[in-house]
Design a protein around this ligand. Sequence first.
Ligand code: UDP
Ligand code: MG
Length: 311
Amino acid sequence: MPELTVVVPAYNESEGLREFHKRVSAVLDGMPDLDSAVLYIDDGSRDDTYAIMCELRASDPRVATLRLARNFGKELALTAGLDHIASGAAVVIDADLQDPPELIPTFVQHWREGYDVIYGTRASRAGETGFKKMTASGFYRVMEKLSSTPIPRDTGDFRLLSRRALDALGQVRERQRFMKGLFTWVGYKQLSVVYHRDPRYAGETKWNYWKLWNFAIDGITSFSGAPLKLATYVGFATSVIAFVFAIWVLGKALVFGDPVRGYPSLMVVVLFLGGVQLMALGVIGEYLGRLYVEAKQRPLYLVDEYHPPRD
Ligand code: UDP
Ligand code: MG
């Protein structure tokens, strides 16, 4: 039974996977006193990622492979992987070598000092556009303001989780999985380790701005009810303004009589109120839609094949 399992979700990563394994095994070989394993999760890749995983498992007895029934997305692939770790701690790392495996011994050292969650915080993001960096940092700052669980800035999924942190995470079965929020939510002793994020080794990012936008909405809605509150306050403020305006219109009609005019102001009011109402409905809809998904109680993911480490 391994004491530490490196969990690697991969989707169409065939170009970089061998190089990734080379670097991870070098790191694990450097820690001979630690019984370790590597779990590769194939998140329904359409290239030969899974064939390469099997090849790696044939040549390295530390390797375990897990194949999902289809592409479930990174958060669920990660959940599936973490669910399959029966013993010991886990390190979560991307397959594209953006997170340096060489940092794992530092994580392990802090883990032995008694920390439960040791996460990598990015000091820099090489190979990413200025716009991506700006939107990412904006998102972390908004989350910081809204969320009741303080989600650390510039922190991805790259981290070590102790056994009890893993057990705690295993109890969280919500479908809307914003993993970096959940990792923090478990609490215990957490520590940040600063590192420099490298550019992708090969292949392309699976994220585009539309996906990132939806990811941000998922993050906000699953860790904060603030938009609902905002809708209430916007609604309240609008009715106060509408009330003041009503008194003014009424007063004017009483003092100066009521020649039929005011089409522009009428239109403005009607359109403005319509807009505010639709916006509030949209916010409610976002939460309702998530409630709907949650209520269906479908399994989080489906496993096609699982092969444990050979030793
Ligand atoms: N990934 C996954 N399923 C997906 C999309 C991505 O398992 O549907 C994996 C991917 O192979 C990589 C990690 O999640 O190991 C991070 O993906 P990516 O590099 O595209 O994200 P970024 O680093 O740009 O945030
Ligand atoms: Mg990446």
